[in-house]
Design a protein around this ligand. Sequence first.
Ligand SMILES: [Zn+2]
Length: 491
Amino acid sequence: MKEGWEAVIGMEIHAQLATDTKIFCGCKTSFGAEPNSNTCPVCLGLPGALPVLNKRVVELAAKAALALGLNINETSIFSRKNYFYPDLPKGYQISQYDKPFSSDGKLTIMTAERDEGGHARDWKPMEIGITRMHLEEDAGKNVHEGLPETDKYSYVDLNRAGTALGEIVTEPDFRTSWQAYDYVNHVRRALQWVGASEADMEKGNLRCEANVSVRKVGQKEFNTKVELKNLNSVRFMQKAVEYEIERQIEAHENGEEVLQETRLWDEKNNMTRVMRLKENADDYRYFPEPDLQPLKVSTEFIEQSKNEMPELPLPMLDRFQSEYGLSFADASQLVAEKDLAEFYENTVKVSKNPKVSANWILGELTRELNNADNSASDSPITPENLGNLIVFIDSGKISGKQAKEVLIEMFDSGKTAADVVKEKGLEQISDVGEIGRIVDEVIAKNTEQVEAYRGGNQKLLGFFVGQVMKASQGKANPKVVNEVLRNKLNS
Ligand SMILES: [Zn+2]
């Protein structure tokens, strides 16, 4: 960012809550169903149909709120947000306005600026103010592609109308595009972690918008902000924010006015484009929804929700470093996904070797999983089996090199480490007596080299190790071979 300027960024995230049915009716929320098949009089907005709040929405929203450091309000009110759009059959959206489900959150995220190559440097904690998370229903979708005569007609699919959303709004606390990027990823992972949302941007069940303005460093008041929409991935969001910061700084410096408008990210041209100018604040004429009671949650419900919360990624990141002695980088990678973190802890229970377990999971196993396009939860190697493989290495039963071969075979066949080692006849020879016999043979066959070694040519040790390994068909434990050779050659 240009010297002397700073950006002011606030984020809004719409997350679809992972319920099987919609927020005010029993229609399915399944993705990819026949258009308009998951509908009923309530979500079609037919006269006289009455909404009934889905209890599961409240349970998942509580988990989401707690995962984001929000306070759950004991009473919240559903309101009508009035506007007209073809994908909104009622002419209003049921949302929450002045009394949201949850508010006043403080959320700590980890964030880092990136270098030219996009590599993070120096991760630091940052506290973000989360203004609120309120509940609302989603609208339907206008379809402009893939149907007959789209030059003449627009189509409306109302399958999505009435799907439960949590809208998460932050304070304007971000100063760089990477902070916003790290925040969205944090929220995505947190929602998945507690099972509140699939939070998959490709499926559209997590959507984000950014409000961006810039000001001179030291200036207190905000300049006019621009709203960025149509951000289909976290990376596009970051690029759009970055572009917008530079565009606005340039406009201010050239004495041009930055207009209050909504802009879209144009992926092809790598720039933001105006979608619409906002001359006035939107007037949605909110009023309390007369067909729904205020939503009251008991203190017992809130307490129970708190008790059911799993350990969250950031406390787990700290614990992995202190309890297992892992580096920040390794611990961060392991807590990137809940399944992976659980896989790791279950492996350590068996292997009793936290560092080596982290190396194998983040190295060999992750590579095999990526090749097979699998995640830790579909790994053909169970944590117990991987733990046993690591025990074999630590006890000298097999070498690290052999273990790599064993792991690939375990991955392909689903067999245990013990079975693969047995079948392949890989068992490493660590028995001092047995190795001693091989060493004696090698010494007897190479009298010239033995003399040279004893005469001071220490480099020949490598030669003897090679001979012993060859004689044992690679099965001798190199560490034991070295020890026995030194003893016998020096005696
Ligand atoms: Zn319905």
